[in-house]
Design a protein around this ligand. Sequence first.
Ligand code: NAD
Length: 360
Amino acid sequence: MSHRILVIPGDGIGAEVMPHVLRVLDALGVALAYELADLGGVAIDNHGTPLPPSTLAAARESAAVLLGAVGGPKWDALSMDQRPEKGLLGMRAGLEAFANLRPAMLFEPLADASSLRPELVAGLDILIVRELTGGIYFGEPRGVDNEAGRRRGYNTYVYNEDEIARIARVAFDLAGKRNGRLTSVDKANVLEVTQLWRDVVNEVHAEYPDVDLDHLYVDNAAMQLVREPKQFDVLVTGNMFGDILSDVAAMLTGSLGMLPSASLNAHGQGLYEPVHGSAPDIAGRNIANPLATILSAAMMLRYSLGEREAADRVETAVDSVLAEGFRTADIMPATGTDSTRLVGTAEMADAVIAALEVPA
Ligand code: NAD
């Protein structure tokens, strides 16, 4: 039986890159049935809304959603509620995707692109698991009011134990399938809600005796990520700390054009998308790096479709095209070497497909 995938190309380079990503998936020989849908700016143009109900309904019926990117200047003047990005937030909420997975993998040939010294990051492979639907970004009460003539702003940092336990289980499961080490990040010395976080993560640990667990305060975790990032395997944390730490980790790997992500719900359904946006400044010129979306597709194969071998093949192919010297403009070193070769979007995808065809 083939896996049912909803493909949402979206806007800008999202729409430009996606056909090449589908070519890569086709070359794997995995049985996939695609359905295409609109989201974001193109959905506003075609359906008058950034998230057409038919798109969300199709997403719910699919094993996974593969998304390009949304947004662009054409829709920037619309009200907040009508903007393309609202469609993306609605899609994440509609799928109840509470677990955000952000890998930070540094492909060896790109070690020079990192903001850290190559020896600190070469071979880096860490995974940040961020709680995505709770915490201070959603807690009530929230707002800005007026107290005796002075404005006062407030938000509420709240998690209940079920929310903590379910994200902890996702992280322990993933750590168990990787190198068996999980670091939970909190601020338990100051915030009661994160003392509860620490307590619940410790309780859930009893279900995963094979995974080593440690805890770090978020300030120390930030410091360790830029001091010695290779000490980590999987990190799990709440929404706000995860937002910040995943961007720090992203920069260790050099370019936005290389970063995939996944957001999973309790049924293993997932939304897979590159971290980057629709890049209107380069759209339509065949220069966007397709690897972030290709690597997002690899995550989809691994986490929602159970096609681990195919996922490994894609990641190995990406590694080998980089080792062969293929570079899109965003990852081209300022002083190109003899072994690097500047290519466009289509040629990069061609190179990945050619590498897939080389027998292991
Ligand atoms: P962006 O990620 O689109 O671009 C930032 C910079 O990185 C640009 O210079 C761009 O050219 C470059 N870049 C991004 N992806 C690249 C790739 N694959 N290859 C080469 N270069 C790449 O962020 P932005 O410019 O802040 O936002 C542009 C639009 O995208 C806005 O409408 C924004 O709201 C939207 N956006 C969407 C998402 C999403 O769909 N998930 C995420 C972020 C931004």
